[in-house]
Design a protein around this ligand. Structure first.
Ligand SMILES: [Zn+2]
Ligand SMILES: [Zn+2]
Length: 554
């Protein structure tokens, strides 16, 4: 047995939803698995993304050898621009994952200097003291891998995100054999996705939504809008196939949807027959019964294509009486209000709206393994140590409890959270301390825009740049804007005379360009005013005051 210590240090994702990131260390070699973000909750006003605190990696900068990615979801790759601007290390990922990464790094002007290295399932590669074996798994996205990391003390198996889908639409199967082989040879530790530990049974295959889609295509008489996450490649592929079978043309709307579909087509995950695709502009000249639109915005994000279409404020996507809108995604907790508000707008336009309501066949299936699949992997792998990952604390704890009851398959169960250092040596495993871990809020993805936490951000905002309150009076009955908006500022020195008048006019203009429904939806209208004013103020004054639109009903 070699002497030395292996450290497993989760920096995010254990005890919270999102920002998955974990360091493995042996001597002078550190590898990082995943670099994810967390989407900010609504109360983090004005913060664009949340990333994990990586001060442990920065302090040990010279030992960090690489970042290895399991797949291309934002909660696994979204913090890369921020992390790579701190640590310039190679990034390993599968072909599809790297295509998403390239897009993202390009957006931040970081692609040139990035060192991206492609991996393939089944092909081992070495990083310092570690040999890494990527194993093909199935998930809601394509080209996803688990990682078997060979360390001097034994194999650490990190599942990444997965479900055991026996019929993925790309026919690239979950490599159960590899898991079983490792189980026979012996595995030091299994780190497994806890997302769906509360669900009994098995998660349905991606193909399970085909029946529902088929039904909807057959029944829809006018235009059909389908919205899903732009990364739901299996879903987009099914929709495209069915559109072809049912004689509908396809238009992609929304930036992320367009680029994701392009990547999927380029890499051979989806075939788009000649003549099937139409541009959004061509929709108005195509008979409604011949149109299928794949549109982004399932979560009711105020500025997304579907939200704008729902209030008739999209250049190309108009929703009319008798159209059908399918929301093929889950309702992420915290987004309920925004989503149901959007659905209300769609109902008001007399569209048929189909969303996940528990009925069968399903319009959406989860991408994560349920209890029986988790147990299956545990039985195949038979790890000496089991560590639940990727979940809120309750999910980690339930996963630990479930594994502890499986005495035939599992040695010891260890429950750790982000920031804990779990140490392995020839004698066993134990928690030996903590590193800094937590959330870092960032405006617009750059390093200079780090916001330590909400309170500090607000205080700094207020002390340095002050506050701007655009006050708009709306008549409750007529929905009309009654008087010219007022712009109140505190601690903010606009500098030139024309500022208040310019800001007032800008708000008026935003209001004029908004539909009646947008004006009636205070969430939407406030966000529009805030975004427009932010742009105006930073252009005029190079300052970034806190902007809080206030709507008075009179
Ligand atoms: Zn995922
Ligand atoms: Zn994930």
């Amino acid at each position: 047995m070699p002497t030395g210590k292996l450290h497993v240090v989760p920096l995010g994702g254990l005890g919270e939803f999102g920002m998955n990131c974990m360091a493995l260390r042996w001597g002078d070699d550190i590898i990082v698995i995943d670099a994810g973000l967390m989407f900010p909750e609504a109360e983090l006003l004005g913060v664009d993304i949340v990333v994990p605190d990586i001060s442990y990696l920065i302090e040990n900068r010279k030992y960090v050898r690489a970042i290895v990615l399991t797949h291309g979801h934002e909660d696994h790759i979204g913090a890369l621009p921020w992390m790579l601007s701190e640590l310039n290390v190679p990034v390993w990922g599968t072909e599809f994952t790297l295509a998403y990464v390239e897009d993202k790094l390009d957006e931040h002007g970081l692609l040139e200097q990035a060192d991206l290295r492609e991996i393939r399932p089944g092909e081992n590669f070495r990083i310092g003291a570690f040999a890494v074996h990527p194993i093909q798994v199935t998930h809601s996205l394509v080209d996803c891998v688990a990682l078997a990391i060979h360390t001097p003390l034994g194999v650490v198996l990190h599942t990444g995100d997965f479900k055991v889908d026996p019929t993925p639409t790309d026919n690239r199967l979950f490599d159960l054999h590899a898991f079983a082989e490792y189980g026979k040879e012996g595995v030091l530790a299994l780190l497994q996705d806890s997302t769906n530990v509360e669900r009994k049974g098995y998660t349905a295959s991606e193909r399970a939504v085909r029946r529902k889609f088929d039904e909807v295509f057959a029944r829809t008489e006018r235009r059909l809008f389908i919205s899903c996450f732009s990364s739901s490649i299996h879903r987009i592929k099914l929709a495209v196939e069915l559109a072809w079978e049912h004689g509908r043309n396809v238009a992609f709307i929304g930036r992320s949807m367009v680029s994701s579909a392009e990547i999927a087509e380029d890499l051979g995950y989806m075939e788009i027959p000649q003549g099937l695709l139409i541009s959004p502009g061509e929709m108005k000249n195509t008979p409604p019964e011949k149109v299928c639109v794949l549109i982004s915005g399932t979560q009711g994000e105020p500025m997304s294509a579907l939200s704008r279409a729902a209030v008739d404020n999209h250049k190309h996507a108009h929703i009319e009486k008798g159209d059908t809108v399918v929301l093929s995604s889950r309702i992420i907790p915290g987004n309920e209000k925004a989503i149901y508000r959007m659905i209300d707008h769609l109902f008001r336009r007399q569209a048929h709206v189909i969303y996940e309501d528990g009925s069968s066949p399903p319009v959406h299936v989860s991408g994560h393994a349920s209890q029986e699949e988790l147990k299956l992997i545990l039985n195949l792998v038979k790890p000496r140590y089991f560590i639940p990952i990727h979940g809120e604390y309750r999910q980690l704890a339930l996963h630990a409890e479930m594994a502890a009851a499986m005495r035939g398959s599992v040695g010891n169960v260890v429950l750790i959270e982000s920031g804990d250092i779990l140490e392995f040596d020839e004698l066993g495993a134990r928690k030996v301390g903590r590193v800094n871990a937590g959330r870092i809020c960032i405006d617009s993805g750059s390093r200079s825009d780090v916001v330590e936490d909400l309170v500090i951000k607000d205080r700094r905002h207020l002390s340095e740049d002050g506050i701007v309150l655009p006050i708009i009076a709306i008549n409750k009955l007529s929905g009309r804007v009654e008087t010219s908006p007022e712009i109140v500022t505190r601690g903010f020195e606009p500098g030139e005379d024309g500022f208040a008048e310019g800001a007032r006019q800008l708000v008026m203009q935003t209001l004029e360009l908004s539909s009646e429904e947008e004006k009636a939806d205070y969430g939407v209208i406030k966000e529009k005013i805030r975004a427009d004013l932010k742009r105006y103020i930073s252009k005029q004054t190079q300052k970034r005051p806190l902007i809080m639109p206030v709507i008075l009903e009179i």
